[in-house]
Write a protein that binds this ligand. Structure first.
Ligand code: HEC
Length: 125
């Protein structure tokens, strides 16, 4: 019996090793994509969101529709928009002539773009 089951065991072992290799690969990919903490948004990914959705009105941190409401540090401060939370609200719901992006962008994208806007404002665009 043990003589015949030996190849079976080997097969099972190879199968197990294959599964382990796949599991390790999946874990590696997953841990890579979560490498940047999701606490604050990801400014690098926010840059892409900004260029695709915001730059038409806010290129360079300006505001082509309402010149008093730029994305520069001073204006953000003056208008109470100098936090990720405030920008997330503005982007999600829109305000005045600015359209809402709540249905268009995911929560993560909005948080990323808010983080990007703040970091650009901090560094002077
Ligand atoms: C169609 C033009 C347009 C687009 C596109 C647009 N905005 Fe705006 N944005 C505006 C206008 C107009 C205002 C001023 C609205 C108000 O009264 O708060 C504004 C205001 C803001 C403010 C507050 C600025 C301040 O000083 O009070 C932030 C932050 C902002 N936008 C971020 C974004 C981000 C991020 C995106 C992309 C997801 C975006 N906007 C897309 C037109 C736009």
């Amino acid at each position: 019996m043990s003589f015949y089951s030996f190849p079976q065991v080997q097969k099972g072992e190879i199968m197990f090793k294959k599964l382990m290799a796949i599991a390790v690969a999946i874990f590696a990919v997953a841990s890579l994509s979560f490498a940047s903490p999701a606490l604050a948004g990801d400014a690098a990914s926010g840059a892409g969101v900004f260029n695709a959705n915001c730059a038409a009105c806010h290129a360079g941190g300006n505001n082509v529709v309402n010149a008093a409401k730029t994305l520069k540090k001073d204006a953000l401060k003056e208008n109470g928009k100098d936090s990720v939370a405030a920008i997330v609200t503005q982007v999600t719901n829109g305000n005045g002539a600015m359209p809402a992006f709540g249905g268009k962008l995911t929560d993560a994208q909005i948080e990323d773009v808010a983080t990007y806007v703040l970091s650009q404002a901090d560094s002077g665009w």
